[in-house]
Write a protein that binds this ligand. Structure first.
Ligand code: MN
Ligand code: MN
Length: 343
């Protein structure tokens, strides 16, 4: 019987298990081999990767952390269950990414840091907890991929990223601007993180952009306010009319060589591709378009990333969880390709 905790090892991971190689030799430890331990068995971590701090893992190049917080939502709640759903949706991911010709978790060590515990009754305290925990994870990992949770969590994650890199370029995939000022007088919500981040000086605004914006807003002033902050916008219609290569060119020239943080609100996808989310907007990107645009960021110095707003209670056939898990897989591929030119 194969040890269910046996792990593949990179970079020559074809069928090797941890038992074939001595631990702590600097060779990345990966998930169990899906040909020996079925994908529906094994660890409940992202892609069944080892946990940060597991014996033989040590520090990681990239850590993945869940942020099960949804007290900042304005419509459907439920994204607190997003991290568990995305991890469940990640079990089918395999070690080689043909689209980018890279092995995302064998290029360097990738590990799951578990969930960040947050207060569901106090948004300000939750934001402080996420900020502190993200900085603590970054003591033992070079980069962090966060799985939400609602979009409120991007603010403390950007604080942690900017604390390490200075103001970062932001590429923000979302149906919504998320630069509103307040809701019901509340300044910290899932519709306001990027206005707060701009006010706090966390962003290189001249190098930042929203992608996938669509749907009705409160008025033209919403767009004027957003432009006034300094963001550029690529709408879903821009993607449809001009294509993904045009959008990639715009984004790459916008970012330049700045350290870049990528935040993906899964509602950037059409509800046909991602029904399980809090504020669905018809007429969105396809999963394929999002994947291709993300792959177009290859080689940019990636400082951090998140995928948020997966609310599994509204999901069907795991569509949203699978899409979000594959977004995180694209992040891991980008980190692997950028490892020799870190942000
Ligand atoms: Mn949104
Ligand atoms: Mn959002």
């Amino acid at each position: 019987m194969t040890d269910p905790l046996s792990r593949t090892r990179g970079p020559t991971a074809g069928g090797q298990t941890a038992g074939d190689l001595p631990p702590g030799d600097g060779v990345p430890a990966g998930p169990p081999d899906g040909r020996q331990v079925p994908r529906f068995a094994g660890p409940d971590t992202f892609a069944r990767l080892p946990r940060l701090g597991d014996p033989g893992v040590g520090s990681a190049a990239v850590a993945i952390a869940g942020v099960p917080f949804d007290s900042g939502v304005s419509y459907r709640p439920g994204a607190r269950f997003g991290p568990a759903a995305v991890r469940a949706g990640s079990k089918l991911l395999r070690p080689y990414h043909p689209g980018l010709d890279v092995q995302p978790w064998f290029a360097h060590q990738v590990a799951d840091a578990g969930d960040i515990p947050v207060n569901p009754f106090d948004i300000a305290e939750a934001i402080a907890q996420i900020d502190t925990a993200a900085r603590a994870i970054l003591e033992s990992a070079d980069r962090l991929v966060a799985i939400g949770g609602d979009h409120t969590i991007a603010l403390p994650l950007l604080r942690a990223a900017a604390g390490r890199h200075g103001p970062v370029a932001l590429i923000h995939f979302d149906a919504h601007l998320d630069t509103w000022d307040t809701y019901f007088g509340a300044p910290y919500t899932h519709g306001t993180p990027f206005r707060r981040a701009a006010e706090e000086g966390l962003l290189a605004l001249g190098h930042s952009a929203h992608v996938g914006i669509r749907g009705p807003v409160y008025g033209t002033g919403d767009f004027a306010d957003d432009r006034g902050l300094g963001f550029a916008t690529v709408t879903t219609a821009d993607v449809a009319r001009h294509g993904v290569d045009h959008v990639i060119d715009r984004l790459r020239s916008r970012v330049g060589d700045r350290p870049v943080y990528v935040s993906v609100d899964i509602d950037v996808l059409d509800p046909a591709h991602a029904p399980g989310t809090g504020t669905p907007e018809p007429g969105g990107l396809t999963t394929r378009e999002l994947q291709l645009i993300l792959r177009g960021l290859e080689g940019l110095p990636l400082a951090g990333a998140d995928v948020v707003e997966v609310a599994p209670a509204y999901d069907h056939a795991e569509l949203t969880a699978l899409a979000a898990a594959n977004v995180a897989y694209e992040f891991l591929a980008l980190f692997a390709l950028a490892k020799d030119k870190p942000a």
